[in-house]
Write a protein that binds this ligand. Structure first.
Ligand code: FE2
Length: 566
């Protein structure tokens, strides 16, 4: 049984292949077409998957996609009538999805088979395309691949067809809906709206989270009127927002702007005012998030919790959820964005609809493209670069890092999801506070207030961080132990937290070995880990890594077993 799961025509397009319940590979289209958060049809991803696993479209039994356009159309229609004529603005390009208009996107989603044909994919007549509700896809992407036999499930994002939060229960291979919260109430859209106000672009919600640590509670009371808890749910006060009539083109109403002043322009200085707004938004998100988690525990008193959806990328909130101690075990699907629904859809079909037993646990996120050593050597030779192949790569690289150098580290299969987790990473010494500035100015060209993350040997995590849980995917933050803050300043945020990745020997042996050698040399079992890219999707192909290395001031590039010098 071969299932191709896809997500298409909306941000974070992706594809995966599962065979008899085993996840073979997963890749986000942006990694291959080099367009951040690509909302294209995942054409290159599908081609890659088929080639990689020696399959043709004839071998595919089912294709799944986690979006029901019919359901969205009904919801949109009701909304247009309710907010007429202002709601006509929603038809404009950019209102719901990048440059594509709402109508042309829906048209493509409604005729998916036609789209496959247009792109030259000849589908077998027997191949069925199955549409699955968006939030069910999210829920399945966490629960059905978790180790839990039963679990409470929380999925939250901007919106699905019409749902923005789904509380559900997983038992065996089934998922039962317990409560749905529908738009206009949306934690994801609320946070995106504030993100545009503080001067960041769409998908930059992580920057707002980073900025919030510099804020004060100046506007916290004001925000009580903007978004607030109600019994078992929450409300977003629509007088401050326009997204139900203008979509992404104008999130905030004039009432909001009159109250808080003009939004920051992208290149303007970030003043305390915008930090305080980010603080208020973050605190309200956490307050309402915990309120909903408490309600979920009440209606589904399990020891286990699965979380996913775009809001689950907020690692500070995830830390707060852990700190409630409401659930003994928590699994957060690291591919929490919509890209992860290609996995969820395929598993929902296999386990819940076709009723096959669950036989796969998600442990390994390294599911993307890889390149042989011979191929990589050829790419290096083509660029006429100097390189060596040391006997002990981990020791040599650890030495370079301990001397304060910044390196690009490229190994094996690419990781899925938004975080670089040691196979496509830029690495540096976390003990050196100056390295942060150097990284910000010469490599990442990013804002100085944004924290860098520590990758720590799993067995040493409690020596540095207050955490009684693992964080294999850097989707959780933790407090740095007080007397360690000064020893790892480059990865300690201003609020004393860090977005930790716990590295395990049996999951990523090479990354673990490198950090272990660094520990042997320096006594510190931690490396600063940030994604290997420069204002582009994370590098995927060796040539992209080489290009990034050549145009930035990275000191060394380690490609598989080769150390490349400028
Ligand atoms: Fe979503």
């Amino acid at each position: 049984m071969l299932i191709l799961g896809i997500f298409a025509y909306q941000h974070d397009a992706s594809a995966c292949l599962i065979e008899n319940g085993k996840l073979l590979s997963f890749v986000e289209e942006e990694r291959l077409n080099r367009e951040r958060h690509s909302a294209a049809f995942p054409e290159l991803s599908i081609k890659y998957l088929l080639k990689q696993h020696n399959k043709t479209l004839d071998d595919i039994n089912y294709i799944t996609i986690c979006w029901k356009p019919g359901l969205e159309i009904i919801s949109n229609f009701i909304n247009v009538l309710k907010n007429f004529p202002k709601s006509l603005n929603l038809i404009k390009a950019g209102a719901t999805q990048n440059e594509i208009s709402l109508t042309s996107r829906l048209k493509k989603q409604l005729n998916l088979k036609e789209q496959f044909k247009k792109l030259g994919f000849k589908l077998n007549k027997k191949t069925k395309i199955i549409e699955i509700e968006h939030h069910i896809g999210h829920a399945a992407s966490a629960f059905l691949v978790s180790k839990f036999e039963e679990s409470a499930i929380m999925t939250w994002d901007g919106r699905g067809e019409n749902t923005s939060v789904l509380l559900s229960k997983g038992t065996g291979n089934k998922i039962t809906k317990l409560k749905e919260i529908k738009i206009p109430e949306s934690l994801g859209i609320f946070y995106s709206a504030i993100t545009t106000y503080v001067g960041f672009k769409l998908f930059d919600e992580g920057k707002t989270m980073g900025l919030s640590a510099f804020g004060t509670d100046k506007y916290l009371k004001d925000f009580d009127d903007i978004i607030y808890k109600c019994e078992n749910t929450f409300k977003v006060n629509q007088k401050y927002f326009n997204y139900m009539t203008h979509g992404r083109n104008k999130y905030l109403s004039d009432i909001f702007i009159n109250k808080f002043g003009p939004p920051r322009k992208y290149n303007d200085k970030i003043t305390q005012h915008y930090m305080d707004i980010a603080y208020a938004a973050q605190k309200k998100l956490e307050e309402i998030g915990i309120h909903l988690i408490r309600y979920l525990k009440k209606i589904c008193p399990s020891e286990n919790l699965c979380i996913t959806g775009g809001v689950a990328l907020n690692c500070i909130m995830n830390q707060k959820i852990h700190e409630t101690n409401l659930f003994k075990n928590i699994f957060i699907q690291p591919i929490a964005s919509d890209a992860g629904t290609s996995i969820g859809g395929a598993y929902y079909l296999y386990n819940s609809i076709l009723n096959y037993k669950r036989n796969y646990e998600f442990k390994n996120i390294y599911l993307g493209p890889s390149y042989s050593e011979a191929e990589i050597e050829e790419y290096i030779l083509n660029k006429k670069l100097k390189y060596s192949k040391p006997e002990n790569l981990f020791l040599e690289t650890a030495k370079i890092l301990s001397e304060g150098k910044i390196i690009g580290w490229f190994q094996d299969k690419m990781e899925g999801g938004p975080r670089a987790l040691g196979n496509r990473s830029i690495l540096a010494d976390p003990r050196n506070d100056n390295i942060k500035e150097r990284l910000n100015s010469i490599v990442k060209k990013r804002e100085s207030y944004r924290p860098f993350a520590p990758a720590v040997l799993s067995e040493d995590k409690n020596r540095y961080f207050k955490m009684n849980y693992d964080s294999d995917y850097m989707i959780l933050s933790a407090d740095v132990i007080e007397d360690k803050k000064k020893t790892i300043p480059a990865v300690t945020h201003i609020d004393g937290t860090a977005r930790v990745q716990t590295v395990k020997k049996d999951i990523n042996f090479k990354f673990w070995s490198l950090i272990n050698e660094f520990k042997n040399l320096t006594g510190t079992p931690i490396l600063l880990n940030t994604s290997f890219n420069e204002n582009e999707p994370i590098v995927c192909h060796p040539n992209e890594a080489i290009e990034c290395f050549l145009r930035t001031d990275l000191d060394f590039l380690i490609l598989q077993n080769f150390i490349v010098k400028k």
